[in-house]
Design a protein around this ligand. Structure first.
Ligand code: ZN
Length: 125
């Protein structure tokens, strides 16, 4: 017992130092993981916004149509995509996009598939 007390008085500071270091390292690692998860989430959300075609394929009777996700509240000058939240002031550009997707429906389907994958990673599906 006396030997242990002598050993503790000699090494006590080192042990305390090690414990503090262990706690500190654990704290840093924990923080980094959170940061990494936040960064990853932000990046995926950014991806999702960039991938959003702002349009979807709609079936009307036997005809497939390209419909827009953009809505404009009455009296507002801006248009907002209901899916990704993107705000556009350019009605002409929205029309051009709709024409593009109507000419390339496969590209639209591909884009939606990609979005689905990213949304899955974000746990939204
Ligand atoms: Zn959108």
């Amino acid at each position: 017992m006396a030997a242990f007390a002598a050993w503790l008085s000699e090494n006590g500071l080192v042990i305390i130092g090690m414990l503090i270091a262990a706690v500190a390292v654990r704290g840093v690692i924990k923080f980094d993981v959170n940061q990494w998860q936040n960064d990853r989430r932000k990046r995926l959300e950014e991806n999702l916004r960039m991938l959003c075609p702002h349009h979807y394929i709609m079936k009307e009777g036997d005809v497939f149509k390209i419909a827009t996700e953009f809505v404009s509240p009455f009296g507002a000058l801006a248009w907002q995509c209901q899916r990704c939240g993107h705000i556009s002031h350019d009605e002409l550009r929205i029309d051009q996009d709709r024409i593009y997707w109507a000419e390339n429906p496969n590209a639209l389907l591909e884009r939606q598939e990609k979005m689905k994958k990213v949304a899955k990673k974000l746990g939204r599906l």
